[in-house]
Design a protein around this ligand. Sequence first.
Ligand code: 5GP
Length: 192
Amino acid sequence: MRELEERIARDGVVKAGNVLKVDAFLNHQCDVELFDHMGAEWARLFSGEAITKILTIEASGIGIACVAARHFGGVPVVFAKKAQSINLDGEQYATTIYSYTKQKEYPVIVGARFLNKGDRVLIIDDFLANGCALEGLIELCRQAGAEVAGIGIAIEKVHQGGGDRLRERGFRVESLARIAAMDDETGEIAFA
Ligand code: 5GP
């Protein structure tokens, strides 16, 4: 998606450790107009998939998933929580994932009543790097007996291989911007 790539080229900052900072429009300050265009693009790509639910993970996935849902007939958005809370009651599906940016493990949890057998789930997230976050969300769908009908990603760092590993396993992964390489010294970003 050219608009997203242009925005990354303009406002993205390459940090040491292979991290792309996009807090000017996606991870901290949110460009809702851009989110809307991203949602429209995912809706075009996944038309015909009869999506019944969008699943994402707190916090950065929530904004893009909610705006995208409006392009999927207003299907519910469920976000996996990263910590236990007294508000999380009843039966739960849970697993553990490793955070690339925070370099630690954390739980991901959804209330069982919000993810059901028969759901056709579109998983949406901001970044795809090694694929650990998505593995966790796929596992929650497996526990629920829900089908992963597709995976919509804003920014895929192709060189980290997570996307291709998921595609090899048969998942349909659609990334709106695909980064082939980044250089934190020059700040250069090469798109795939
Ligand atoms: P993965 O689990 O695929 O390795 O990483 C996915 C998660 O790590 C994303 O949900 C995102 O929060 C975070 N992440 C991975 N790489 C980057 C990056 O380059 N920049 C930012 N801002 N987040 C990243």
